[in-house]
Design a protein around this ligand. Structure first.
Ligand SMILES: [Cu+2]
Length: 165
């Protein structure tokens, strides 16, 4: 990300936080035909350089939409990720896009599709939240707040092989 882009991004975030302040407690976000429900991130150790975010996207539209990219001020790099089975080993892979079917749903969850943050500038602590910008092909840009929650169960996502990065 260039300095100029970073500045635009920060400006947009400030503006959007103001816009969303009235409905922040609902923790559900709308963009076009999409509903983004309960964005959350699993608590990671303070020294962690990576984190992941999960949420459910409902598409009420008659055509599919596509998540093209994501970004967050907490991370140097934000990628769309999937888990793939490679010779019996579950590994994380960057994907170019995540499709939300028409009148359907897409689930980002531990062990499945997720948003991945690298080079954390600040590790978000339990109970905190941080901004995440999602760029959709049709719904456009949607800003959400990701809540940091406790890892309630030991999932495969915690044992992932990051050597591919
Ligand atoms: Cu990942």
């Amino acid at each position: 990300m260039t300095l100029k882009n970073a500045f635009i991004c920060a400006t947009m975030l400030l503006a959007t936080q103001f816009t969303f302040s009235g409905i922040a407690s609902a923790h559900e976000y709308k963009g076009g035909n999409l509903n983004i429900d309960h964005p959350w991130s699993k608590e990671v150790p303070p020294t962690s350089q990576v984190a992941a975010a999960f949420f459910t996207i409902d598409n009420h539209g008659k055509e599919a939409d596509t998540l093209l990219s994501a970004s967050s001020p907490i991370a140097g790099k934000t990628e769309l990720h999937a888990h793939v089975n490679e010779n019996g080993m579950m590994k994380m892979r960057e994907v170019q896009e995540i499709t939300i079917p028409a009148e359907g749903q897409q689930n980002l969850k531990p062990g499945g599709l997720h948003i991945m943050f690298f080079d954390l500038k600040k590790t978000p602590a339990l109970g905190e939240s941080f901004p995440l910008t999602l760029n959709f092909q049709h719904a456009g840009t949607v800003e959400v707040e990701v809540k940091v929650e406790k890892a309630t169960y030991q999932s495969d996502a915690m044992k992932m092989d990051h050597s591919g990065h």
